[in-house]
Design a binder for this molecule. Structure first.
Ligand code: DLL
Length: 442
């Protein structure tokens, strides 16, 4: 770390909204929420239709809890309004467009006014600063650039914070390593599994990942566990913090984690009002602390105001710590649409990650294969996992037995574990696919 960056870490200047009281924040939320529901109703036909059908009007929002009377918005709504039907401003006021990849159906398109982009950059800057990044630091940005919000969202935030941004994007891992060695960045922004790919490739090249200039990593865009944090922090000698977000709500920076507490991301509640609902009975809004599906309402967005968007992300709301007025979200256990139901038992890849990483012989490189063998009615899950480099085939096989037992004990599912050669499973370039579902459809 240079002298300037070392000095900067001690005197971060926070946004005023980061330090206000909960009462002041809730008053701000209420006025912004009242504005947003009226704005959405007046400008986006879908909201008018939905509110009218539900028999609610923007004037019914008198206190924060009244939000529960308003209808949800889903990914399907955005798909049906493809491409620009959800936009609340004329196209000539839309400064930028992003979109989801559309691999599982029609792409969802989102837009930003100039002010939206400035707010987004401010919130990513706030998140990065919370995670230890400081003005003047060099930031290696390995989130994918393009329609995905990760690359450009993180980029603009790091610039707004006053960093020197290295816009490498995802992929070309060898080149990433060369640039990390040559440019000596202080921080890296990537998905957790892509950072793992980079660390792994360094080891293969005979470079100790703990010896680089990197001190901070700000990781998100996919679920990851405390065990993965530990793995990355130790292997790379860094502090790794979480950043959360989704395109429909903004992109990265909806929530960010503080490096001094590392206890989950603070949701920036001056811009988003979160709720947790029962995923199976969405009419029930759950109390803080209870696990369920995360729902967001934007409070300041102009181009794409979003009312009660169902994220499908499963987590819970926790009280604020490092930023007391802003509630935290617990780690995301998974998405409701990534939940594997195996002979009646629900499970998420993150549970397997958590268990596997506690077994020293096993690496974090794994995938889950779901099959239904010919003539059988029961589904089967095979965990394919690489043993660590120095581990023999015999020790790997013994570790497989342990993993199988631990999954049975902690998750309740019987499965097969296949320990495979180090380096044989596909590596991540961004969001890693963990589940390979080969069951017959229908
Ligand atoms: O992944 C935005 C982002 C980019 C966040 C870079 C953080 C860093 P989408 O492609 O729309 O946007 O995917 C959003 O990714 O609903 C979650 O399921 C998942 N996700 C995002 N951040 C996290 C995280 C970006 N920190 C979807 N932990 C979300 C767990 C995350 N899951």
């Amino acid at each position: 770390m240079t002298q300037e960056t070392a000095a900067a870490t001690t005197d971060a200047v926070l946004d005023r909204e980061e330090t206000i009281s909960r009462d002041e924040l809730e008053a701000l939320q209420l006025s912004r929420l009242q504005h947003t529901v009226a704005y959405a109703y007046d400008r986006v036909p879908l909201y008018k239709r939905k509110f009218d059908a539900a028999g609610v009007h923007p004037t019914d929002l008198r206190e924060l809890s009244d939000l529960g009377k308003f209808p949800f918005t889903t990914k399907e709504d955005l798909r049906l309004e493809y491409p620009f039907g959800m936009f609340a401003v004329p196209q000539n006021q839309v400064a930028r467009i992003h979109a989801s990849s559309g691999t599982t159906g029609r792409a969802t398109v989102v837009g930003y006014t100039k002010k939206d982009l400035a707010d987004w950059a401010k919130l990513v800057a706030r998140s990065l600063r919370a995670s230890g990044v400081r003005p003047g630091m060099k930031v290696h940005n390995a989130y994918g650039y393009g329609l995905f919000t990760g690359g450009m969202g993180a980029h603009a935030g790091a610039e707004a914070l006053g960093c020197t941004v290295i816009p490498i994007s995802g992929g070309q891992t060898e080149r990433q390593i060369t640039l990390i060695q040559d440019f000596q960045p202080d921080a890296i922004l990537a998905t957790p599994t892509y950072l793992l790919t980079i660390a792994d490739a360094m080891i293969k090249q005979g470079i100790d990942p703990a010896s680089t200039s990197l001190k901070y990593a700000v990781l998100g865009a996919e679920p990851w566990t405390e065990e993965m944090r530990h793995e990355l922090e130790v292997t790379m000698n860094i502090k790794a913090c979480d950043i959360y977000g989704l395109s429909e709500v903004m992109g990265p920076g909806v929530a960010g984690e503080a490096v001094e507490t590392q206890d989950g991301s603070h949701i920036w509640e001056d811009h988003f009002r979160p709720e947790i609902i029962d995923a199976f009975d969405p009419s029930v809004v759950l109390a803080d602390g209870e696990p369920g599906e995360l729902v967001f309402t934007s409070l300041t967005k102009e181009a794409l105001p979003i009312i009660r968007y169902r994220t499908k992300d499963l987590t819970r709301l926790l009280p604020g710590t490092a930023r007391p007025a802003h509630r935290r979200m617990g780690r995301i256990t998974g998405r409701s649409d990534d939940m594997i139901i195996l002979r009646g038992v629900n499970l998420f890849p993150s549970q397997i990650e958590e268990i596997a990483l506690r077994i020293p012989e096993l690496s974090p490189h794994f995938q889950l294969e779901l099959t239904r063998p010919e003539g059988q009615r029961m589904d089967q899950m095979t965990v394919k996992i690489e043993r660590r480099d120095a581990v023999t085939i015999e020790s790997g096989t013994a570790a497989a037995k342990v993993l199988q037992q631990q999954i049975k004990i902690h998750v309740g599912s019987s499965c097969t574990v296949d320990v495979v050669e180090p380096g044989s499973l596909e590596r991540s370039n961004g969001k890693l696919r963990r589940i390979y579902d080969m069951r017959p459809k229908g």
